[in-house]
Design a binder for this molecule. Structure first.
Ligand SMILES: Cc1cc2nc3c(=O)[nH]c(=O)nc-3n(C[C@H](O)[C@H](O)[C@H](O)COP(=O)(O)O)c2cc1C
Length: 198
């Protein structure tokens, strides 16, 4: 019995004490499983998400890579009745979520592109939002990236400062019982079509 217990206890201790061990929430889920599990949830339950889970999603956003580590993201949490009423006014794609994020970038922090006069804000925000979606999935939540919203109306209704540019919205929460991936979710173009060795 002792012989059996020792390796078990050692494995437990190594798993818990190793600060580089990334598998804290989903002990046995590899990345591709998590990435494939994520789908655009378009019907949410009205159960609000616990603050602890929201904090973890925001932590995932914080550690996302950005151009020259400029970290230009400005993320607004929308969850009061008034904020969600505004969210529903700026987009038809909140899908009944009791809360959402509005992911923006700060024009005073964003890294400028040398090539075309633009900046990396949209790209940075997309990566930040991807981290958030995957963390939400890992926490048993659903989310949907939403580009279909009136950014100008969002600026007005949320009274955003002039240096803030909205990029994407992210309704998130517990999926409703009948939530299911759309047909598009599992329609992947082949790797032969989308990749090429040069
Ligand atoms: C940049 C971007 C914008 C999107 N905008 C919307 C949107 O406005 N409304 C919506 O319902 N889904 C939106 N989606 C979700 C996509 O339609 C969805 O990711 C795609 O069809 C694949 O399905 P899946 O997410 O279930 O795998 C958006 C996704 C991305 C990446």
């Amino acid at each position: 019995m002792k012989k059996l217990l020792v390796p078990f206890v050692v494995a437990l201790l190594v798993g818990c004490c190793n600060p580089t061990n990334p598998k804290t929430e989903s002990m046995d889920k590899d990345f591709i499983t998590l990435a494939t599990e994520r789908y655009s949830v378009r019907h949410f339950s009205d159960k609000p998400v616990e603050q602890e889970k929201i904090d973890k999603i925001l932590r995932a956003a914080q550690v996302a890579p950005t151009a020259v580590n400029s970290q230009p993201q400005m993320i607004y949490l929308l969850r009061s009745a008034e904020a969600m009423e505004h969210a529903n006014q700026v987009s038809p794609c909140m899908y009944g979520a009791p809360q959402a994020f509005l992911v923006c970038y700060d024009t005073e922090r964003v890294c400028q592109r040398g090539d075309n006069g633009g900046n990396y804000g949209d790209i940075d925000c997309s990566i930040v939002l991807t981290h958030m979606m995957l963390e939400a999935t890992d926490l048993g939540l659903g989310s949907c990236a939403v580009g279909m919203f009136d950014a100008q109306k969002a600026v007005e209704l949320f009274n955003l400062p002039s240096n803030i540019r909205p990029v994407l919205m992210l309704p998130f929460g517990y999926p409703a019982d009948d939530a299911a991936p759309s047909d598009r979710h599992s329609q992947y173009r082949s790797l032969e079509e989308t990749t090429c060795e040069l």
